[in-house]
Design a protein around this ligand. Sequence first.
Ligand code: AP5
Ligand code: ZN
Length: 215
Amino acid sequence: MNIILIGPPGAGKGTQAKRLVAERGMVQLSTGDMLREAKTSGSEMGQRVADVMARGELVTDEIVIGLIAEKLDTLNGAGAIFDGFPRTLAQADALGDLLERTGQQISAVVEMRVDDEALVDRITGRFTCGDCGEVYHDRTRPTVRPGICDVCGSDNMQRRADDTEDALRRRLMEYYKQTAPLLGYYYAHDRLRRVDGMAPMDQVSAEIGAVLNGG
Ligand code: AP5
Ligand code: ZN
């Protein structure tokens, strides 16, 4: 089963994708994570996209489609959770083509709805474990021991360069301009399901679980 999580920056896509990985053995394909890895690896492409990402603009379709195509080749039949991809109509078309080549398809597209006002608080309070990727929040999801990851015990906590109010404004604009049209696209393909992303994390997980179980 392949699913797409769509929602604005801070909607909870990464948080829920990680839960699905832990609970269902699916594979998370986050283009944001892949691009950040490319940046830290010091690759030429990583350097090229770093500024674009810090400004909150979208990286080119060509780059992200290339990253996804590479990963899809390594999945060996495990279900994928697409987190932050596709983000443009060109990316959605490319994903459809890539899956079709191996006789696969998208089972559901889950739209995570969150009010714009809540996103600022979520984004500016977020920090992530640099070693295992667990996502935290200063207020709503703090670590049990200050500065120490609950999952892997690392003290390598990081904040993202694009988690500022300015970059968030740009990211939101890109979302409404380039990504929101995908909701109509997937609705027309009878794949779109909606969950209340404003609800507590466990409830969001339960709603997504119901979608995956055919509800
Ligand atoms: P990307 O990394 O994909 O970022 P994003 O889409 O902006 O989403 P975020 O990771 O910020 O948020 P999220 O929805 O995962 O929320 P999270 O679970 O962390 O992309 C970054 C950049 O890379 C883009 O701007 C672009 O430049 C480039 N890029 C990536 N993909 C691309 C593509 N396909 N095409 C072109 N460019 C691309 O949660 C946020 C916070 O809220 C956390 O602190 C969490 O603890 C908290 N939280 C989560 N759920 C809840 C809840 N239910 N209640 C309360 N708090 C919650
Ligand atoms: Zn960790």
